[in-house]
Design a protein around this ligand. Structure first.
Ligand code: GRF
Length: 223
């Protein structure tokens, strides 16, 4: 297969783009058999846009402030995604609430990563909330996106210990390292046809994935 025949990923970001970088690196190393064919940021100053530029990936800013409604913003995203023929859309730190205008055409082809052990802590400040609750572990979850915010069915989850003296920052650093492993892995499973959204459930090799997702490194199937 030549590079141009590989499945096409579109990655939506709002900031630093370390997960975007993990996708770029996974494609370069052959761990992920795909091309990042488009990067879209809703923020003009997102550092992730520079990562895309450095790697020669088409990138653009679609600024949500230029649109009168969430729906109009989402329609502009859909236009760009369709123009680039995206097979899978990856939300990698994309800090916007989506509407059905985007979710419906990409249902089952739209994945997000959330920095908590969903269903715990949807929304913001997840690491501080885990610390405040005295949790012994934290983590991140890759899930299909549905209309429910951070409520779509989980695919894979990475867990890390909370250690003595952790701050939200130190915990976030530990979690983010795991995000970089599990997000490209979930995409690869999807592109191999192993992971799918079936109705309201995510499946792996035809079996329904538990509500916490496949737990990375403990019960990840080989391959
Ligand atoms: C990650 O922690 C991700 O879980 C959350 O936003 C952050 C994005 O980080 N959704 P980066 O921009 O990929 O570095």
């Amino acid at each position: 297969m030549t590079t141009t025949e590989l499945p096409r990923l579109a990655i939506l970001i709002s900031g630093h783009g370390s997960n975007l970088q993990a996708f770029i690196d996974a494609c370069a190393s052959g761990k992920l058999l795909a091309n990042v064919s488009l990067v879209i940021s809703n923020k003009p100053d997102a550092a992730g846009l520079q990562r895309a530029a450095r790697s020669g990936i088409p990138h653009t800013c679609i600024n949500h402030k230029d649109y009168a409604s969430r729906e109009q913003f989402d329609a502009a995203l859909v236009n760009a995604l369709q123009a680039h023929d995206a097979d899978l859309v990856i939300l990698a730190g994309f800090m916007r609430i989506l509407t059905p205008v985007l979710i419906e055409p990409y249902l089952g082809r739209l994945m997000n990563i959330h920095p908590s052990l969903l269903p715990k802590y949807p929304g913001l400040r997840t690491h501080q909330r885990a610390l405040d609750a005295g949790d012994k572990e934290a983590g991140a979850t890759v899930h299909f996106v549905t209309a429910e915010l951070d409520g779509g069915p989980p695919i894979v989850q990475a867990r890390v210990p909370v250690v003595q003296g952790d701050t939200a920052k130190s915990l976030a650093e530990r979690v983010t390292m795991q995000e970089h492993a599990i997000f490209p892995l979930a995409a690869q499973w999807f592109l191999e046809g192993r992971v799918a959204l079936r109705g309201t459930k995510a499946t792996l090799d035809g079996a329904v994935i538990p509500a916490t997702g496949i737990v990375a490194e403990t019960d990840c199937p080989a391959g």
